[in-house]
Structures are given as structure tokens and as C-alpha cells.
Ligand binder design. Structure first.
Ligand SMILES: [Zn+2]
Length: 96
């Protein structure tokens, strides 16, 4: 799975609940902010990434596609996602 360039940041705390669902990531322009408190930041990143690719899609459609793609990702693809997370910058932190 190939990802066009998006800036990835670890944010201290994004987590909030909207309509009974936790938000663990946000996308602004091409910057994806991820909350470390989420259970699976790599999956959250995939979710935000789908928002970047398909800005017109509804949240429901994004969630469905996120689940579908996550199931289909190979071990190697998932490993690469986690690797990329390891290189993400820290918002308001050193090097951000
Ligand atoms: Zn979303």
C-alpha cells in the first residue's frame, strides 16, 4: 500500500467523543495528527489518510473502508505503517 506524502505528527491529546465515537486523529490540509492514547494509531492513521484521499466521503463510508482495508493489509504493509509512525514528529516537541 502506497501513501502519498502527508505530514505525520504525534499530538499530546486529541481524543474526544463525538456522537458516541472517539476521535483519535485529525487531518488538516496534508497534516495528520495522531493521539498516542488510541488503541491502534496505525489504523487511525489509515482512517485519516482515507479522509485525505477522499474528502467528500462521509464518516460512515470512511470507517467502512478503513475496516475493509485494514483487514486486507498484509503483515508487511502493517509493519511499514508502524515503521512510519516511529518516524513521525512530536507536535510542539523537539524537531516538530
Ligand atoms: Zn473520520
Amino acid at each position: 500500500m502506497d501513501f502519498p506524502i502527508a505530514r505525520l505528527l504525534w499530538a499530546y491529546h486529541i481524543r474526544h467523543k463525538t456522537k458516541g465515537v472517539f476521535t483519535l486523529g485529525e487531518i488538516t490540509g496534508r497534516t495528520i495528527r495522531l493521539d498516542l492514547h488510541g488503541p491502534n494509531p496505525a489504523k487511525t492513521r489509515l482512517h485519516e489518510y482515507l479522509h485525505l484521499l477522499h474528502p467528500s466521503w462521509s464518516e460512515t463510508r470512511i470507517r467502512r473502508e478503513e475496516a475493509r482495508r485494514w483487514r486486507r493489509l498484509s503483515w508487511l504493509d502493517k509493519t511499514r505503517l508502524y515503521q512510519r509512525l516511529g518516524r513521525a514528529r512530536i507536535e510542539d516537541g523537539e524537531g516538530a
